[in-house]
Design a protein around this ligand. Structure first.
Ligand code: GAL
Length: 362
């Protein structure tokens, strides 16, 4: 039965109102889905690039990283970007949770310093599937494609260490202390080291007393492991340490045997305590890596990649993913007592006052 006019008019008003209501509900629902749907992942359509910086465990206590973080966040801000920093106090599991948190915060690009180079491929794939490009900072992420790798020439780091030892101890007994087994840099630095030491070993000019691999970049572990070797023999002429923290442990132990300054010790990072030991004569050399150059370049690349432009790389590197990774490389420098002023102090990396604090003379 068709309805009467007033009825019909009333009906059509009701129909119109309910259609409007339905339309309003549909619009509301749609925007709620957009809003709440992204609630899991905060929206990314902002005009400012947001960089997520995930930093590994062992870096807490190691001097250089505080500088990296400070310079990187400052440089990113100078380029108009915001940085959300996640510093974990736990291992890889914690770092994965960190990155999940950063993704949920809707970052535009992820910059990561891996605790374990092999263990992040799952979460990195998740980020890239969510269209968040991933940049490895200083330490390479292995096993899955990433968008960029920004680091120093870690082969050259190893070569510089070996050359300094060879010059100071052309013939003798060497102890090698490599870095954390979890850090891809430890293997690259070692390759550079052996490139120089290998021929000298073959010519029997030098011999290797022992070679240590650390589980973590930890001075406590280094004290224990190097201590065990020195308990066995102190007939050692040179110690190659993968970073200055380890070199500090070696010099501490050598001083207990009254051998500090008599055994050639090299390290990496130009930590203040290492620079002081170099001018005091208990450490031979360290590898200086101008962190400002690395951090500023990484900030540049992070902002460009977030905006969709991958700058032309210096090289590509194989991270075991089958995809060549764009590699942006900065050079390291060998620092000894002879050039510490012009390299480390003139660069403003440390003040002369701090470096020469305990030195008898300058
Ligand atoms: C390496 C880094 C070194 C050193 C070490 C310990 O990956 O290249 O500079 O500091 O980590 O944190």
């Amino acid at each position: 039965m068709r309805r009467s006019n007033p009825e019909r008019a009333h009906c059509s008003r009701v129909v119109a109102a309910s259609l409007a209501l339905i339309a309003a509900v549909v619009v509301l629902a749609a925007s709620a889905i957009v809003f709440f749907g992204c609630r899991g992942r905060e929206s990314r359509n902002r005009d400012k690039v947001v960089i997520g910086l995930s930093i590994a465990t062992d870096t807490f206590i190691i001097e250089r990283w505080n500088k990296d973080i400070k310079i990187f966040t400052g440089a990113a801000r100078d380029r108009g970007a915001d940085v959300i920093v996640q510093l974990s106090a736990g291992g890889t599991k914690e770092q994965i949770a960190q990155i999940d948190f950063l993704l949920a915060r809707g970052i535009d690009v992820l910059v990561v310093i891996p605790h374990d180079s092999e263990m992040l491929s799952g979460i990195v794939r998740k980020a890239r599937d969510a269209k968040v490009p991933v940049i490895a900072y200083d330490r390479l992420v292995m096993g899955t494609p990433i968008d960029a790798y920004v680091s120093f020439d870690n082969h050259e780091v190893g070569r510089l260490m070996a050359k300094a030892l060879r010059a100071a101890v052309p013939r003798g007994r060497y102890l090698i202390v490599n870095g954390s087994k979890r850090d891809n840099n430890s293997y690259i630095v070692r390759e550079g080291l052996w490139e120089v030491l290998g021929p000298a070993i073959a010519r029997k000019e030098i011999s290797i007393v022992d070679e240590i691999w650390l589980d973590e970049w930890s001075s406590d572990e280094a004290l224990m492991r190097i201590g065990a070797v020195l308990d066995r023999t102190t007939n050692i002429d040179a110690i190659s340490c993968a970073n200055d923290q380890i070199a500090g442990a070696a010099v501490q132990l050598l001083s207990e045997y009254r051998l500090a300054g008599k055994v050639a010790v090299v390290g990496q990072d130009a930590d203040i305590s290492a620079c002081q030991k170099i001018v005091e004569g208990t450490q031979l050399m360290t590898v200086y890596k101008p962190l400002a150059r690395l951090a500023e370049r990484a900030a540049d690349i992070a902002v460009s990649v977030a905006l969709g432009n991958v700058p032309p790389p210096d090289l590509t590197v194989d991270n075991g993913s089958g995809t060549p990774i764009p590699y942006y490389v900065e050079p390291p420098y060998a620092v000894t007592r002879d050039n510490i002023d012009e390299l480390v102090i003139r660069d403003g990396f440390h003040s002369a006052e701090d470096v020469y604090r305990n030195a008898a003379d300058r």
